[in-house]
Every structure is written in C-alpha cells, then in structure tokens.
Design a protein around this ligand. Structure first.
Ligand SMILES: Cc1cc2nc3c(=O)[nH]c(=O)nc-3n(C[C@H](O)[C@H](O)[C@H](O)COP(=O)(O)OP(=O)(O)OC[C@H]3O[C@@H](n4cnc5c(N)ncnc54)[C@H](O)[C@@H]3O)c2cc1C
Ligand SMILES: NC(=O)c1ccc[n+]([C@@H]2O[C@H](COP(=O)([O-])OP(=O)(O)OC[C@H]3O[C@@H](n4cnc5c(N)ncnc54)[C@H](OP(=O)(O)O)[C@@H]3O)[C@@H](O)[C@H]2O)c1
Length: 254
C-alpha cells in the first residue's frame, strides 16, 4: 500500500492570461475527493526543496481533471515555480482536500451572494457547476473585484453556464458583478465593503439584502475579508457557526 500523504500528478495544460495570472490543470487521481469550495495543497520542487501551498479547486466535484488559478506574486517561491511550469511537468497533490467555505453549511436562505477578490473567485467557480447549489437558492450573485480589466478572465466561462448541460436551465438565476478598482472596465469601481455599506451592491442586483433571506460567502484578500465582514456586521448580519446559524461564511484566499 502507498503510505505517502501525496500523489504525483501531471500538469495537463498551462494558460498564461496576463503577466501575473495563469490557470492550469493537473491529472486527478481516482481516489481524490473534495467538496466544491475546498482547496488542494500542491507541491513543486525549488532548488531541491519541495514547496507546498494551498490552491482553491476551480473544477466541479465531478470533473475528470483538477483546474486552478494562480496569481503570481513578485519574489514568491511558488510563483517562481509556476512561472517556469509547463505541460507534462510533475506536480505533487496532497491526498486530502480541505476547507469550510461550503454553502451546504447554511441551514436555509433564499439568496446567495458570493463576494471575491483576485483568485478568491476560484471556489465559487467550482460551486457554480454544482446542481444542488442552483436548486437550493433562488438568486445567486457573484461579485469579483480585481484591480484591472484584463484580470476579469472568467466572463466568457460564466456566460457559457447558460448552455451547461447540468445547470444551464438555472443560469438565469445568476447575477455577475465584475468590479475593477483601478480602471473603468468593470461594472462597478469601488471596493466591496464600501459598495455593501452604501447599498450599491443590493441596488445593482435588485435584491433586498436582509438576514432572513440573504447568505454571504467571502473569499479573497485577507484585508478585504476582514473589511467585508465588518461592513456586513454593521448591516446586521452574523457569522454562520455550527451551533449558531448566521448569514456569513468566509475564508482568507491567501
Ligand atoms: C485557503 C487558501 C487558498 C488559496 N487559493 C489560492 C488560489 O486559488 N490561487 C492563488 O493564486 N493563490 C491561492 N492561495 C495563496 C497561495 O497558497 C500562495 O500563497 C500564493 O500562490 C503565493 O505563493 P508564493 O510562494 O509565490 O508566495 P508567498 O510567499 O506564499 O506569498 C507572498 C505574499 O503574497 C500575497 N498573496 C498570496 N497569494 C495571493 C493571491 N492569490 N493573490 C494576491 N496576493 C497573494 C500575500 O500577501 C502573501 O503573504 C491560497 C491560500 C490559501 C490559504
Ligand atoms: N508591487 C506593486 O506595485 C503591486 C501592485 C498591486 C499588487 N501587487 C501584488 O500583487 C499581488 C496580487 O495583486 P492583486 O491585485 O491580484 O490582488 P489584491 O491586491 O488582493 O487586489 C484584488 C482586488 O481586491 C481589492 N482589495 C484589496 N484590499 C481590499 C480591502 N481591504 N477591501 C476590499 N477590497 C480590497 C483590490 O482593490 P484595490 O485596487 O483598491 O486595492 C482589488 O480590486 C499581491 O501580492 C499584491 O501585493 C503588487
């Protein structure tokens, strides 16, 4: 029996979207289980040492391969490995996926609002391919805040949801709100906490955000997660915990 905690996988393809943004896919071992919203630990070799980092899985639970997005950080060790990574390279995959950003943790709710910055959109892209999510919520809002328009690389993929064989019939339930904070290419241009506090997000998606009906999931920049949580708290929303149901689930995307 193989007792290693990780498997050796193959990089199937790499796409470079901007100088700091790439997506890639790796082979998936038959025994690899995860829930949409969880992350993998991936390992690569740098100068004889294996570096491990967390990456949210973008693929649906039923996918044959595992897809990820990586934001390349100046002087980051893993970013350096990714810069040189090519198809057919070997990559290590920890056998266990983890994470608690799971919509099934909400006991109830009518509207689901997914708030993300940068690579924090990844768990939500995975979840949008799951039929149970669409059957569960009447309205789904995906907010993605990036600095510049060329980082909005998923607009086409989101448009294609309407022809998706599993979830396509529900895709009209989605409102996608791209935000660019450093240029005018997005639909809105301020940071998420500000747009929540002054009611712009609620007005833009024409949903009355309220504790009875609305559930929020937050993922991305740790300072955005903290500031967004504070803004929602001010509006009367609370954290969802196992023993005390609330309206907010969050995860630092790095
Ligand atoms: C739960 C979880 C999920 C994650 N999912 C992803 C993912 O899907 N895609 C992804 O690119 N990264 C993700 N990360 C971050 C990832 O694990 C690495 O930290 C990142 O790739 C940088 O690694 P590095 O070795 O190059 O630099 P590091 O030395 O690890 O990072 C240097 C600094 O860069 C900043 N940073 C790290 N990640 C990001 C990011 N994604 N966007 C903007 N700034 C960042 C932080 O300030 C960090 O302290 C995730 C992290 C966690 C904890
Ligand atoms: N060296 C540089 O000059 C430089 C410049 C940018 C990024 N970087 C680095 O490059 C990496 C990736 O950058 P990135 O742009 O993909 O990720 P990012 O810095 O997390 O920005 C993504 C989005 O999150 C927003 N945001 C940041 N902090 C927030 C907060 N507290 N509340 C609400 N929204 C917030 C940003 O708005 P804003 O645009 O208003 O911040 C932007 O729309 C990071 O490591 C970053 O430090 C370096």
């Amino acid at each position: 029996m193989n007792t290693e905690k990780f498997t050796h996988e193959k990089v199937l393809w790499v796409k470079r979207h901007t100088d700091k943004l790439m997506t890639f896919a790796i082979s998936r071992p038959a025994a690899y289980r995860f829930s949409a919203g969880q992350f993998s630990r991936l390992g690569l070799n740098l100068n004889g040492t294996t570096i491990w980092r967390a990456y949210s899985i973008m693929s649906p639970e039923y996918a044959e391969h595992l897809e990820y997005i990586a934001v390349l950080i100046p002087n980051g060790d893993m970013s350096l490995c990714f810069q040189n990574m090519q198809e057919n390279n070997c990559i290590y995959l920890d056998k266990n996926a983890t994470g608690f950003l799971l919509p099934q943790r909400f006991a109830d709710g009518r509207d689901l609002v997914m708030l993300s910055t940068g690579s924090g959109i990844a768990p939500f892209l995975s979840q949008l391919n799951q039929i149970n999510l669409w059957q569960r919520f009447e309205h789904i809002v995906l907010v993605h805040s990036v600095s510049h328009t060329d980082e909005l690389i998923f607009s086409g993929r989101l448009q294609q949801l309407s022809s998706h064989p599993l979830v396509g019939e529900y895709a009209h339930r989605l409102t996608y709100i791209p935000i660019t904070t450093q240029d005018n290419g997005g639909m809105l241009h301020q940071r998420i906490p500000y747009l929540l506090s002054n009611g712009t997000l609620s007005r833009t998606c024409q949903i009355d955000f309220n504790p009875q009906d609305t559930r929020f999931m937050i993922c991305g920049n740790p300072s955005m997660v903290e500031d967004t949580y504070s803004a929602l708290k001010q509006l009367g929303f609370t954290m969802n915990r196992n023993r005390t149901p609330g309206q907010i689930l969050m995860e630092n995307g790095f």
